[in-house]
Design a protein around this ligand. Structure first.
Ligand SMILES: C[S@@+](CC[C@H](N)C(=O)[O-])C[C@H]1O[C@@H](n2cnc3c(N)ncnc32)[C@H](O)[C@@H]1O
Length: 257
C-alpha cells in the first residue's frame, strides 16, 4: 500500500490543522486517559501538534519525566524540534525528545519496558493499514511496561463510508485568506483523499491513501500483540472529541498485558 509522506507539508501542517486541539477536547481526553503516566512515547507525533499541549496538561497535573515523539518524516521531526527550541514555557520535564524512526521497524533508541504509556493519534493506524499494524503494536508492546496504557485513534469506516456517499467534496474555510479543500473517495477498504491547501496567494496540493480499519480488527491485532481493550471512563469526553472531529475517528484505549 502507498504510504503518504507528510514531509511535503510539514511546514504548513499546523496551520492547516487548527481543529482537533484544545477546543475539541482532544487534549483533555488524552490527558485524562494518560493522567499519572510519567514516561510517554508518541508514535507518528508529526510536528508535535498534540505532543506540546499534552505535555503542558500532563505536567500541570503531576510529575512528567519523559516524552519521546517518534515520526518517520525527518521534516515533521525538524518542525517539532524547532518548536521545542522556540518554546519559552516548557514545563520541568527531565527529557523531551523527537526522533526520526519508522514506527513499524525496530527502533534502536527505544528502551524495552521504559514507558508507562504510548499514544498514536490522528490516523497513524489508518496510514499503516492492517498489514503493518502488527509491527507497530510489537514496537508499542516492547516500549510499554506491563500494565501500561496505549491510546490510539483510527478512521471510522462506517462513518467515512456514510459521509463519502453523501458528499464527495468538502471545503473548510479557516480564515479569509486560507482554507482547505478535500476531495475524498473510498474504494474497498482504501480511503483516498486529495487536499488543496490555500494560504494567501499560494495553493498546494497533496494526497493521502489510508486503509479503513474497523474497531474490531484493531482490537484483534491489539490482543494478538499483547494488549487488552481497556475502555476508559472518559466516554463523555471521547464523544465530544468525536463530534468536533467530524466525527470520523474512533478511539481505543488498551492495557499492556
Ligand atoms: C496525520 S499525521 C498526524 C501527526 C500527529 N500525530 C498529529 O496528530 O498532528 C500522521 C503522521 O504519521 C507519520 N507516520 C506515518 N507512517 C509512519 C510510520 N510508519 N512511522 C512513524 N511515523 C509515521 C507521518 O509522517 C505523519 O507525521
Amino acid at each position: 500500500m502507498t504510504l503518504y509522506d507528510y514531509s511535503s507539508h510539514a511546514e504548513f501542517y499546523d496551520e492547516m490543522m487548527p481543529l482537533l486541539t484544545e477546543e475539541s477536547g482532544e487534549i483533555a481526553y488524552y490527558s485524562d486517559v494518560l493522567r499519572g503516566k510519567q514516561r510517554i512515547v508518541e508514535f507518528g507525533c508529526g510536528t508535535g501538534r498534540v505532543s506540546f499541549p499534552l505535555i503542558q496538561h500532563l505536567a500541570a497535573s503531576g510529575p512528567l519525566k519523559e516524552y519521546l515523539g517518534i515520526d518517520y518524516s525527518q521534516e515533521m521531526i525538524d518542525v517539532a524540534r524547532r518548536k521545542l527550541s522556540e518554546q519559552d514555557d516548557i514545563p520541568p520535564v527531565e527529557r523531551i525528545e523527537f526522533l526520526m524512526a519508522d514506527a513499524t521497524k525496530t527502533i534502536p533508541k527505544l528502551e524495552e519496558g521504559a514507558y508507562d504509556a504510548a499514544i498514536a493519534v490522528c490516523g497513524l493506524t489508518s496510514l499503516l493499514g492492517v498489514d503493518r499494524l502488527a509491527a507497530f503494536f510489537r514496537n508499542a508492546r516492547f516500549a510499554v511496561a506491563p500494565g501500561g496504557t496505549l491510546v490510539l485513534d483510527s478512521l471510522d469506516p462506517e462513518i467515512i463510508r456514510a459521509s463519502v456517499a453523501i458528499v464527495d467534496r468538502s471545503y473548510m474555510r479557516t480564515s479569509d485568506s486560507s482554507g482547505l479543500a478535500s476531495f475524498v473517495g473510498v474504494s474497498g477498504d482504501r480511503y483516498n483523499a486529495e487536499f488543496v491547501w490555500i494560504s494567501g496567494s499560494t495553493a498546494r496540493r497533496f494526497s493521502e491513501e489510508s486503509q479503513l480499519v474497523p474497531p474490531e480488527v484493531l482490537d484483534e491485532v491489539a490482543k494478538a500483540s499483547g494488549f487488552r481493550a481497556s475502555p476508559h471512563e472518559s466516554d463523555e469526553l471521547q464523544h465530544k472529541v468525536a463530534q468536533v472531529n467530524g466525527p470520523v475517528m474512533y478511539f481505543r484505549v488498551y492495557t499492556r498485558v
